[in-house]
Ligand binder design. Structure first.
Ligand code: PLP
Length: 408
């Protein structure tokens, strides 16, 4: 058998092997990527593309950021995993730097985003029983329609997207769904057994849905007054994506629990965290929650550098400035197929009218022109490039969008 590196593979070979041997839980564009640097990625045929998805905002810092790469290699040579049975010399520094940056009191380190969401659900339930005095097994958590919080059983159980939940039941009870962006609906849904409200500041997977101005502020007031925990899932909106470190900062609010993941490692490694600004996290006692990999020294070292470059290299400010440029450019296209352009920072969506024949076709046309985007649902394209994107690269991207619009 040929050594791994010597085997000659064509694009068609990758596709057919994946088709044959892989679970069919994704329908990716047929581009096989093998290298990345900053905003650019290359496929196995040597074609170059501007990445306008950033792995769903996990590579905000750009592909293979050299300083994060160095931190990862250096730490990997020293110590990768101890489990939390012992302490490691990266965890305390990770806590300190993350708390200082996000103004948090406490951190629970986990791995995937879904694990951070699950952890928050466990924490607020326990807090509800032990501090609020909710009767055993009666805790309610209010969530929003069209949410996306991950793929575990508890989470898909309160998804309103049938393709996420159909035939995966039975599900955990205790979740109540209200419309997103409707503070009055939150007020009306609260009962004495409500322990928390969970929402994304901007719904990413739903198609970059931006709530009315003042929504998060009103949610904060309602949660504080009712004595329930406000949980914001900033796994996609956080870490600079919207032009602020956290999207909640656009409205000057602090959630009781804020969930981050994705770009927390700059895309090198799955790292997530529950950030706490209140007493809520204090209910966890030794032995009651954990994760073999959560808080491991490799993850901590990578995340420390991922956070550092985000700040040192001005990526958050760049996201705000370049987001405005990108959005203004998109808004300048007066094409009859376009229904709406919306966004905040570099989290941008272009929605087509249903008659336009779907966004997938548009993404295929953009791919031909060297721009990688992904449709969300049927009619919306998301533009979310790494936050290191420059003005000239946006101008180039806009030219490709204009060209692809001609095919619509
Ligand atoms: C991606 C995402 C998650 C899930 O994160 P995973 O790492 O895929 O488990 C949760 N919430 C939001 C808002 C996300 O965008």
């Amino acid at each position: 058998m040929l050594a791994h590196a010597q085997r000659r593979m064509e694009t068609a070979d990758y596709l057919s092997i994946e088709q044959q041997l892989g679970a069919h839980n994704y329908k990716p564009l047929d581009v096989v990527l093998s290298r990345g640097e900053g905003v650019w990625v290359w496929d196995t045929e040597g074609n170059k593309y501007l990445d306008c998805l950033s792995a769903y905002s996990a590579v905000n810092q750009g592909h293979c950021h050299p300083r994060i790469l160095d931190a990862m290699i250096e730490q990997a040579r020293k110590l990768t995993l101890t489990s939390r049975a012992f302490r490691n010399d990266q965890l305390a520094l990770f806590y300190e730097e993350l708390c200082a940056l996000t103004n948090s009191h406490k951190v629970l380190p986990m791995n995937s985003g879904a694990e951070a969401v699950e952890s928050a659900i466990k924490i607020v339930r326990k807090w509800g029983y032990e501090v609020k005095g909710v009767p055993e097994n009666k805790a309610e958590i209010i969530v929003c329609a069209d949410n996306f919080h991950g793929r575990t059983i508890a989470i898909v159980g309160f998804s309103t997207d049938p393709s996420s939940s159909r035939n995966f039941g039975p599900f955990a009870p205790g979740f109540k769904v209200i419309p997103f962006g409707d503070a009055d609906a939150l007020q009306a849904a609260i009962t004495p057994n409500t322990v928390a409200f969970l929402a994304e500041p901007i719904q990413g997977e739903a198609g970059v849905i931006i709530p009315p101005k003042g929504y998060l502020r009103r949610v904060r007031e309602i949660c504080s007054k009712a004595g329930i925990a406000m949980i914001l899932d900033e796994i996609q909106t956080g870490l600079g994506r919207t032009g602020k470190l956290l999207a909640e900062q656009h409205e000057g609010v602090e959630a009781d629990l804020t969930l981050i993941g994705k770009a927390l490692s700059g895309g090198f490694y799955p790292v997530s965290a529950v950030l706490s600004n209140s007493e809520v996290m204090n209910v966890l006692k030794p032995g009651e929650h954990g994760s073999t990999f959560g808080g491991n020294p490799l993850a901590c070292a990578v995340s420390r550098m991922a956070l550092k470059v985000l700040k040192d290299e001005g990526m958050i400010e760049n996201a705000a400035a370049m987001g405005d440029v990108f959005m203004a450019g998109l808004r300048g296209f007066k094409h009859s197929a376009i229904k709406e352009v919306r966004g905040l920072g570099l989290m941008i969506a272009l929605e087509f009218h249903p008659e336009a024949g779907g966004a997938r076709r548009f993404c295929e046309a953009l791919k031909q022109r060297g721009l990688l985007c992904k449709e969300t649902h049927t009619h919306t394209v998301r533009f979310a490039p790494p936050l290191v994107i420059k003005r000239a690269e946006i101008d180039w991207a806009l030219e490709q969008v204009e060209g692809a619009l001609k095919t619509m």
